[in-house]
Every structure is written in C-alpha cells, then in structure tokens.
Design a protein around this ligand. Structure first.
Ligand SMILES: Nc1ncnc2c1ncn2[C@@H]1O[C@H](COP(=O)(O)OP(=O)(O)OP(=O)(O)O)[C@@H](O)[C@H]1O
Length: 238
C-alpha cells in the first residue's frame, strides 16, 4: 500500500526552545483514516503543521503525497498546501461573508470558472448536510453547522488528504459525533484523513488507528482499551 504520509525520525524544535517532537516515525497509507492523540502539549498540532508545511522539521525526513518536504522550495509551498484540506478547532470562517462565499474561497483563489464554483460549492455543502444554507451568514448557524462549513471549505477542492486539528473541540457531544462520522464518510470514498483529538469517546464511536504522542514521542500507551484498539486497527487500512 502506498504511504501518503511518512515521518522518518523527525524532530522539531521551535526557534530558541526545546525539542517538541523527538525521533518521530510513522506512516499513514493512502486511503487510511487515523487519529493523533496525546495530552495537551504532546505535539499533535506540531505534527499537523509539519505535514502542511507550515513549519519545517529540524531533523529527519517527511514525505507527503510523494513530496519530500525538506526539499520543497518556499515558492512551491502554497501550491503544495492547496492539495490539502485543513480543518481547525475554531472554524476560521469569514464572518462577514455568506456560507457560499466561505466555501467558494479556495476555488476563487485557484481561479475556477464561475459555473464550476457554484456546482462544486453545492456538492460540498450537500456532503456536509448544509445544502440550502448558502446565503446565510456563519454567525446565524450553530457551532456544529459552522464546523461543517469549515469542512465543506476543506473538501471543496477534493483534496486527497484532510488534516483536522481538534475539529470537535468546540462542539457538543452530538454535533462532535456527527462531524467525526462525516470524516469517516469522506474516508470511505477514498480520502486520507488524519485527525488530532483528545476525544476518546469519539474514537470509540468511530474507531480507527491511533498514533499516540507523549512529550513529543510516539508511545504505545494508548488511551483506548485493548478490545477497542483491535477494532480500530481493523478499520485502519482498507
Ligand atoms: N510557537 C511556539 N513557540 C514555542 N513553543 C511552542 C510553540 N507552539 C507550541 N509550542 C510548544 O510545543 C509543544 C507542543 O505543542 P502542540 O501545540 O503541538 O501540542 P498539542 O499536542 O497540539 O497540544 P494541545 O492538545 O494543547 O493543542 C508544547 O510544549 C508547546 O508549548
């Protein structure tokens, strides 16, 4: 199976700080969905930032979608990042723009034709159950709906890889479960998905392989019971 993400003995240190990741190696196969877990400060966000080329490994090698990130030239970073779908805990929506405009933004940036934009935005909103909300402003929506707008924006370009950082952190349990099931649905149609989360109950509900970090290192001290881990592993590769 092809690896879509590969970390090979990666360390990362913020300028002037200590190592926040040390000797981290793992691979995510194409078409896999996996979680990154670990206590606050373990380095989950840093792993996602490295994958999205928002920062560069201090040591080791990272290959994402066939691109070795240590040799990625700064001028090629925006084009690389456009191939990813990024979802954040705090939604990062433009609150003075309609739902349609928010979801359309990545397509506008890429210079898609008007008719194409309309079609793709509606398909993305349909995929997250928000068709019919195109004209409303995000603040009139619930937290779960706002997060789904953020997810529609992340998938509207049909990325091969979705990275989500605590995507359910601001949602109530019901909405959080719906959002996590939504990621699983994208995964079922072939999108590779990596979700950083603290939410063990959601992992139990939507079990997938876990990459567990503690103090910047991968450990097998998983937060899930062994029976659940087995179930998660069986979903890991398809
Ligand atoms: N800009 C920065 N400069 C220096 N240190 C940082 C910076 N950002 C994060 N860190 C440190 O890096 C470590 C890992 O942070 P990171 O955000 O990756 O953890 P996390 O597992 O995502 O945590 P959380 O669950 O709280 O979001 C922490 O010790 C944090 O204090």
């Amino acid at each position: 199976m092809t690896d879509l993400i590969r970390f090979d003995r990666v360390s990362y240190r913020y300028p002037g700080g200590q190592d926040v990741l040390a000797d981290v190696s793992f691979a995510i196969a194409q078409g896999e969905m996996a979680y990154i877990t670990g206590p606050s400060g373990a380095g989950k966000t840093t792993v996602l930032r490295l994958i999205a080329a928002l920062c560069r490994a201090t040591r080791g090698q990272i290959v994402v979608m066939g691109q070795n990130l240590s040799t990625l030239k700064p001028r090629h970073v925006p084009a690389f990042r456009q191939r990813l779908g990024l979802v954040f805990q705090n939604f990062n929506l433009l609150y003075d723009r309609t739902v349609f405009d928010n979801v359309a933004l990545p397509l506008v940036i890429r210079g898609y034709a008007h008719a194409d934009i309309g079609r793709r935005v509606r398909a993305a909103l349909d995929a997250v159950g928000l068709l019919g909300k195109e004209k409303v402003l995000p603040l009139t929506l619930s937290g779960g709906e706002q997060q789904r707008v953020g997810i529609a924006r992340a998938i509207v370009t049909k990325p091969a890889l979705i990275l989500a950082d605590e995507p359910t952190g601001n949602l109530d349990p019901e909405m959080a479960l719906e959002v996590m099931r939504g990621f699983a649905r994208f995964n079922e149609v072939g999108v590779t998905v990596l979700v950083a989360t603290h939410a063990i109950d959601l992992i139990e509900a939507v079990p997938r392989r876990i990459i567990h970090l503690e103090q910047g290192r991968i450990t097998d001290k998983h937060p899930l019971a062994a029976s659940k881990l087995k179930e998660a592993a069986s979903h890991g590769h398809r």
